[in-house]
Design a protein. Sequence first.
Length: 244
Amino acid sequence: MHLLIRRSVEDVASFVADLVVDRVRQGLVVLGVATGGSPLPTYAELVRRHRAGTVDLRRCHLVLLDEYVGLPPGHPASYRHTIDEVLRRPLGIPVDHLHTPEVHGPDLVAACERFEALIGELGGVGLQLLGIGRNGHIGFNEPGTPWTTRTHVVTLAPSTRRDNARFFDHPDDVPSKAVTQGIATILDAREVVLIATGATKADVLRRLVTADGDRDLPAAALAEHRSTSIVVDAEAAPPRPLAS
Ligand code: GLP
């Protein structure tokens, strides 16, 4: 894991956008995308560059990390809707290039298996963008999740529901279940970039620095990945560098 500290949220967004554009120029096709607030400035920067005509991601496929169970299709807080609005449509990426876990059918376990198969058919994720929950979750893999998990149905931790309530009209509206790529699925990506900004992430990043295989910190699994960068702003930066 490499830790990269940038001064501001804008500098983080610009750095990660540069990295995405570089990988696309090198032939990246499958971009793994996360929701939450942390990647939004990066997405806005990519859209700004698209509008300026300096980047073209129209051939890319977008693969979403996770999705709530129980929201109607098109719900404004659903992750599919969010990525559709903030990234896919503004970048002119065809709708059939947006791949999200299926959460509306009767058999979610079978749907999870289909999602895994789909990622394989796409050739795997080339670059996975990630956020991190304040409890160390990646995707919706909560603390204690085995690092061998593939895409699965999860029950969200109360703290995760509280943290995500800001995207809903009422805290009780936050679903209690979700489908998420598993930790092993995430580790299959050829490159991972985790974005964390703001003082509310400082504690979890400090834990990540010293995690050393801590199973209670799902993000610590990234230490086992061959190409992971943690990109943080000054407010989120842990006190000392991560070991690689
Ligand atoms: C949600 C998402 C995660 C994301 C996390 C952090 O729980 N499922 O993928 O990393 O939020 O969100 P934020 O960036 O808003 O802090």
